[in-house]
Write a new protein. Structure first.
Length: 238
């Protein structure tokens, strides 16, 4: 296992300032050694312009956000996110990093355990996936994968843009966008924050826990009908 603490918005800056992370960069600090896990994608998703028939319903303490997927530009990232969600991987996590006007970051399994607060932001599913940088912009509501300095170091952590973050375009994998529940995004992104209770870091630690109760993958037409939870397999089938 290794930890990498360097992030830069531009490749040139990365070469010139190795080991420095600009304030506010979405980052998953921990990188897991080993081979990438193969994620199967049904059909020719990369060449299809048709909307994904499935959406994600992100149930939080402030309500639900519904996000559509972009398998045409990030098929393996979408498949990985769906797989983890269907396994219940995200249930009980939280948005552990919030920067108003920039983004809210979550997806770390370690946030399920308050005793691991000092390690929040370093968790992953035990593997990493290949980057799928594309031309979709980082604007409000867009979902993108958090990573470390290594482009191929994303795993499970993701962020949702609260504002425009054009400096991330083409350098982080965008894979979807919030299509309902913008008011929930606003509530989470504007929640009071402080410095981490264990010291150091940036002022992006939510004072109150921004819990994620579940992320369900549902058919687009059933989103918001109360049938979301039924779309994920029961615990004994995971």
């Amino acid at each position: 296992m290794k930890r990498t603490f360097g992030i830069a918005f531009l490749a040139a800056a990365l070469a010139a300032i190795s080991g420095c992370k600009p304030q506010g960069e979405p980052v998953s600090i921990r990188v897991v050694d080993g081979a990438d896990e193969a994620v199967s994608v049904g059909g020719d998703a990369a060449s299809s312009a048709m909307p994904d028939p499935e959406v994600a319903v992100i149930k939080t303490v402030h309500g639900e956000m519904t996000a559509e997927f972009w398998p045409d530009v990030a098929p393996h990232t979408v498949a990985n996110f769906k797989k983890l969600a269907k396994q219940g991987f995200y249930d009980g996590t939280c948005f552990h990093r919030v920067i108003e006007g920039f983004m809210i970051q979550g997806g770390d399994p370690k946030t399920k355990n308050p005793a691991l607060q000092q390690e929040w932001g370093t968790g992953d599913p035990g593997y990493k996936i290949k980057a799928e940088f594309n031309n979709r912009k980082h604007v409000r509501g867009v979902l993108s994968m958090a990573r470390s300095a290594d482009p191929d170091s994303a795993g499970s952590q993701f962020f949702i843009c609260h504002g425009v973050a054009s400096s991330l375009d083409g350098k982080y994998t965008t894979f979807g966008k919030v299509i309902a529940g913008d008011d929930v995004l606003e509530k989470i992104a504007t929640t009071p924050t402080s410095y981490p209770p264990h010291g150091g870091g940036e002022k992006s630690w939510p004072v109150d826990r921004m819990g994620v109760e579940s992320i369900a993958i549902v058919k687009r037409e059933t989103a918001g009908t109360g049938q979301a939870e039924a779309s994920n397999p029961p615990a004994d089938a995971k």
